[in-house]
Design a protein around this ligand. Structure first.
Ligand code: THU
Length: 132
């Protein structure tokens, strides 16, 4: 049984693998997916700054390629900022794979400090079944 504290530890471990030479702002994210597995990611920056990708996006990519399809919960940790909340783009990415009540654990060095939901982070999310 994966607990919030386990996701924090996975997010912290992931942050240590961040490639962030430009911002020097490592971030780690860890997803508990519907298959019961934990998928982690760190931000991966690029000299062409807009090409950098956030920790949450990397974790989502790992989840999809690992066979997970839905996010049950996700922890986010940034060593330089207590309570690093996902950026706007990441909120949209998380919403794609989450129910509105999926939990987001905002962490500091001691562990999970605040729990919010994907729905609270992105109210009135863009959604339609009438596309494609
Ligand atoms: N970053 C993330 O990885 N996730 C977030 O939700 C916020 C920002 C990264 C992007 C960039 O590499 C660095 O943090 C500074 O913005």
């Amino acid at each position: 049984m994966t607990k919030p504290a386990d996701l924090f530890e996975a997010a912290r471990a992931a942050s240590a693998r961040s490639y962030s030479p430009y911002s020097k702002f490592p971030v780690g994210a860890a997803i508990l997916a519907d298959d019961g597995a934990v998928y982690a990611g760190a931000n991966v920056e690029n000299l062409a700054y807009p090409e950098g990708i956030c920790a949450e996006g990397v974790a989502i990519g790992h989840m999809v390629m690992g066979g997970g399809r839905r996010i049950r919960a996700v922890a986010v940790y940034a060593p330089r900022l207590a309570l690093c909340t996902p950026c706007g783009g990441c909120r949209q990415k998380l919403a794609e794979f989450s129910a509105a009540d999926a939990e987001v654990y905002l962490c500091d060095d001691a562990g999970v400090r605040e729990t919010v939901t994907v729905g609270a982070l992105l109210p009135h999310a863009f959604f339609t079944e009438d596309i494609g």
